[in-house]
Design a protein around this ligand. Structure first.
Ligand SMILES: Cc1ncc(COP(=O)(O)O)c(C=O)c1O
Length: 417
């Protein structure tokens, strides 16, 4: 276990594992049990804390998790995660020793990667390495050309220690996966050629295929449920790799599903200092905000170094006591200021009493401010807001199971005393 450091600043990302469980169950109810299901926990589980998230998903029954880097997968394995850890990123030949030793599942995109596995001196007689192969159907990022599928099949047939477990591709416009004439269906049609080539291998063991990110999952599976029949070139049980959805954020911010999902992360802090300003007095660097009335300004210890983007300056709002307060002045490295005129009591202001603030997610009373709202104000996407939450913001895990365990322990202690 890592070294625990005391926390002296009351800014935290609250991670609600009950919400994660809720989202997992919602998604499973849409895709069904037959479908290959691989939540993406790369980039520190989209900023949520990969070890806690991975252990919880594993406990819920997930058998595969998706990572970007070998380093990320190694951390999870070393922290006791036992399920298949699929590494989607490119790695150099030095990584192969660790992939073998720690039983990782590389998702191979390059001939060089395959060669490094084949030639590895660390592969002992009789030992097997599971792999998936990735194909490029239009994203033009990673993956083999579809035309290479046959050559890859022949190559793998010559190597008894490398075991193909799956083939995959990645949609670049998953939000059109309900449109039978859209980009996603054309990608899936190309991918079907790959699936056909490798179908002949299934005798050696089942091969899964997976293509759908969050947007693709929503659109494709909702279409499947609505239509029951899909075009013949599409596998009805296309595997899924949800990232954003599992964290409770709907990529399109519009589907009927949005209601059922619950945000896993809530970014919270406290007002730690108040100022009473007279008209014409200004706030923060560059004096980009000027009071037009007698105002009360609250100072919150979070800034762009914690992932609260500077582009949010004078645009965002925060939740204070269940109400919205506008962020004012330029976002600093460690602080933001908010206009809380009329929201605070004299006692709070005069004594600088700390009051909780929610930057996104839900406050302790259940009022919400969505990641989408912040991302559009910061001219970015929810993925970037979540993964930007900085390393110095501690993640505090909340879960009713844990609370039950704490309550039980307290009860035992009382009984003992
Ligand atoms: C290969 C791959 N699959 C799935 C995902 C998940 O995407 P999303 O968060 O949109 O569900 C990603 C994320 O970027 C990815 O790179």
């Amino acid at each position: 276990m890592g070294h625990r450091i005391d926390i002296f600043r009351h800014t935290t990302a609250v991670i609600n594992l009950d919400h994660l469980e809720n989202n997992y169950r919602v998604l499973k109810s849409i895709v069904g049990d037959q479908v290959f299901f691989c939540p993406m926990v790369k980039a520190n589980a989209y900023g949520h804390g990969d070890v806690e998230i991975a252990l919880k998903l594993e406990q819920l029954g997930v058998q595969s998790l998706g990572l970007g880097l070998v380093e990320e997968a190694l951390l999870l394995r070393q922290m006791g995660v036992k399920c298949d850890l699929l590494v989607f990123g490119i790695f150099d030949a030095k990584a192969v020793e660790h992939i073998i030793k720690w039983r990782l599942t590389p998702v191979i995109s390059l001939w060089q990667q395959l060669e490094a596995l084949e030639k590895s001196p660390f592969l002992r007689d009789g030992q097997k390495i599971p792999i998936h192969l990735k194909f490029d159907t239009g994203m033009h990022r990673l993956g083999f050309a579809v035309a290479d599928a046959k050559k890859l099949l022949e190559r793998l047939q010559n190597h008894s220690q490398i075991i193909l477990q799956g083939v995959c591709t990645h949609l670049f416009k998953g939000d059109d996966a309900e449109d039978l004439h859209g980009q996603s269906f054309s990608q899936l049609a190309q991918f079907q050629e790959v699936e056909r080539v490798f179908a002949s291998m299934s005798a050696a063991g089942p091969i899964v295929s997976h293509a759908l990110n969050s947007a693709g999952l929503l659109n494709f599976h909702l279409l499947r449920m609505a239509q029951k029949t899909l075009p013949h070139h599409v596998a009805p049980h296309q595997g899924v790799r949800p990232g954003l959805l599992i964290y409770g954020v709907d990529p399109m911010n519009s589907s009927s599903l949005a209601q059922a999902l619950k945000p896993v992360m809530s970014l919270r802090s406290h007002i730690v200092r108040y100022h009473r300003l007279r008209p014409n007095e200004t706030v923060s660097y560059g004096a980009t905000w000027k009071a037009v009335r007698n105002s009360v300004i609250g100072v919150i210890p979070i800034g762009y170094a914690d992932g609260y983007h500077r582009l949010l300056s004078n645009r965002a709002e925060v939740l204070v006591k269940g109400q919205r307060a506008p962020q004012v002045g330029n976002v600093c490295m460690d602080y933001i200021m908010v206009d809380v005129t009329g929201l605070m009591t004299d006692e709070e202001i005069n004594n600088n009493i700390e009051v909780e603030v929610t930057l996104f997610g839900s406050d302790s009373q259940g009022n919400t401010l969505s990641v989408h709202e912040l991302s559009s104000k910061a001219q970015t996407i929810p993925w970037e807001i979540l993964t930007s939450v900085g390393e110095r913001v501690p993640r505090t895990v909340e879960s009713s199971h844990q609370m039950n365990a704490t309550k039980k322990r307290d009860k035992m202690r009382r009984e003992f005393e």
